[in-house]
Design a protein around this ligand. Sequence first.
Ligand SMILES: *Cc1c(COP(=O)(O)O)cnc(C)c1O
Length: 399
Amino acid sequence: MKGMIIIGNVTKKNIETKVVHGDKGYDPHTGAISFPIYQSATFRHPGLNQSTGYDYSRLQNPTREELENTIASLENGKRGFAFSSGMAAISTVLKLFSPGNHVIVSDDMYGGTYRLFEEIYKGYGLNFSYVDTSVVEDVQGAIKENTVALFIESPTNPLMKVSDIKALSSLSKDRGLLTIVDNTFLTPYYLRPLELGADIVVHSGTKYLGGHNDTLAGLVITSEEGLIDQIQLIQKSEGAVLAPFDCWLILRGIKTLSVRLNKQQENAIIIANWLRKHEAVETVYYAGLPDHAGYEISKKQASGFGAMISFTVRDVKLVAQVLEKVKIILFAESLGGVESLITYPIIQTHSAIPEEMRRKIGVTDKLLRLSVGIESVDDLIMDLDQALKNESDYKEVNE
Ligand SMILES: *Cc1c(COP(=O)(O)O)cnc(C)c1O
């Protein structure tokens, strides 16, 4: 049967099926096709020393459990955990470490993660080195005696550098480090880091998994028993859990993950190629362009390139013009939703990263980041075209 791989008596579903049907998929008690929102803080015990499996929603809630099992299944992990935001998820993972520990981190990364590491966790005695994780030797060279983990974003935000997750996971394993991958940009639809040897996957579910720019969420997935126990302990002790309604929104978003990403990527490839030919555009960063440095590794380890594009304009004055003139594309922070969004990393997503470091990695004042949505690609190109057009006032400045 198409879409199914039968292994012995186990039916292994393809990911397009898994996203639609989730874990249980429907409410086993009533048959409701839309998994119910169990809006209850606590649960009645049938008797002394008895439990329905649910005691108190900080510990576990049926709607959260459905989301946690769904994401675990999509990432091919044993256990998933849902948090109130991507940052809460990343923060939970950092609590696995102790004062004096050292973590190697991708130097081109989400600004909020950098801020969490430098402004919060440094104060608790953790140390971080920021290296170009697309160069395995650089990572190897950064390993110190007290290094405990490698934290990778791939493709990186905003410069779309691609890291070889298999090579890095194998290096980590040899040196006794944990490999943590922020898989927000590609999602398990395109990339499953645990299958490549990573130990922990984190997500900002706010982005592609939710997909509608309407909910904050974070997720952590792992297959290792020791890690499962520790993460569960941190989650229930700290309580930064995702609320039932928000779990339901993410579950609903995930149902259309494959069709959304297919369309977003299709649009992104067309737009990246169009931008590249535009006279006002200098450089286009998109992992799906065959001459992109990470193209081959992307093809090897992922089934898609995603729909995030960064580009630099030739004249810095065009930045303000583009941000003001776009009509369909919205000038807003965030990414991954059905609406196309454009951001200016140096003042938005990456403002927390010091100028010197931004300059070193190439996040300049001419760089814009585009999250491609599911609109008509013709309309998106028309919108970018009118926004990039030489205005008379723009011409004057250049004369
Ligand atoms: C947005 C984002 C985060 C943070 O997630 P929130 O849900 O905003 O807390 C972390 N990593 C990446 C790659 C992101 O894009």
